[in-house]
Design a protein around this ligand. Structure first.
Ligand code: FE2
Ligand code: FE2
Length: 247
């Protein structure tokens, strides 16, 4: 296996370990205070993902053996984390949880954990997804994720932030349209697919820049919301990841 593949695999894994760690932070922040058992589990996931990330970060010369050990650690941890997220989703949907985690948000981060697991399994089998079918699948997955980010932001901003909420809703609507267009796209038209991908790149670049702007405003306390700047940074990172897949 080439050094290039191992370096790429390491970069992808670092991205996802960081994303999962931040999900644990968001879960902790949104759980009700009386659920000490769940709060403890959220902290444990945050610590475990941070440890895994640090181990990878300091692995400057990845070998096949070290990469496969790290992948198998990440797979078991993420299977467990996915199970935890789905459990919370079930509790929230049946009105047994409380706190401030939207069911759609729990579903969203569960889907991201599943996507990470899929990637880990594909990389573990050294079968990189390729061709139009692979790209189309990824476009569908990430278009939905991007639209949901915009919807979450619209809900998490203070109701007095009219202009920003309106922008967020416009992005959500644009992504709904892109998702509908992507769903009807056929793999048999490469020229059409490539023009469509260019359209997604343009839209996602705008969304990423807007997320960066909201993150900066929130950091400077010039934007009112019930989530910290880390949330906006997190969704910006995911937009950058989507752009890197598209490029
Ligand atoms: Fe996420
Ligand atoms: Fe996300």
């Amino acid at each position: 296996m080439s050094h290039h593949f191992l370096a790429e695999a390491q970069a992808l894994n670092l991205f996802w370990l960081e994303i999962m760690k931040e999900h644990a932070i968001f879960i902790y922040a949104g759980l009700p205070h009386e659920r000490g058992d769940l709060l403890e589990q959220a902290i444990r996931f945050e610590i475990e993902y941070r440890n895994e990330r640090d181990e990878w970060k300091n692995n400057y010369n990845p070998t096949m053996e070290s990469v496969s050990i790290a992948f198998s650690n990440a797979i078991s941890l993420t299977e467990e984390f996915l199970h935890f997220k789905l459990g919370l989703l079930q509790l929230q949907k049946t009105c047994q949880l409380g706190g401030s985690l939207f069911p759609l948000q729990l579903d969203h981060i569960a889907r991201e954990a599943r996507e990470y697991l899929t990637l880990l399994n594909v990389l573990s089998q050294m079968l990189a997804a390729s061709g139009m079918e692979g790209l189309l699948h990824k476009e569908l997955f990430w278009l939905r994720i991007m639209g949901e980010h915009a919807s979450f932001i619209a809900h998490l901003l203070d109701p007095s932030e009219h202009m920003m909420i309106q922008t967020a809703q416009t992005f959500a609507c644009d992504y709904d349209n892109l998702l509908a267009a992507a769903s009807s796209l056929s793999g048999a038209d490469p020229a059409g697919a490539s023009a469509f991908t260019a359209q997604i790149v343009a839209e996602t670049t705008n969304l990423r820049d807007w997320k960066a702007q909201t993150a900066a405003l929130r950091k400077e306390c010039k934007l009112m919301a019930i989530v910290p700047a880390l949330f906006f940074e997190h969704v910006k990172k995911e937009a950058n990841y989507f752009l890197s897949i598209l490029s």
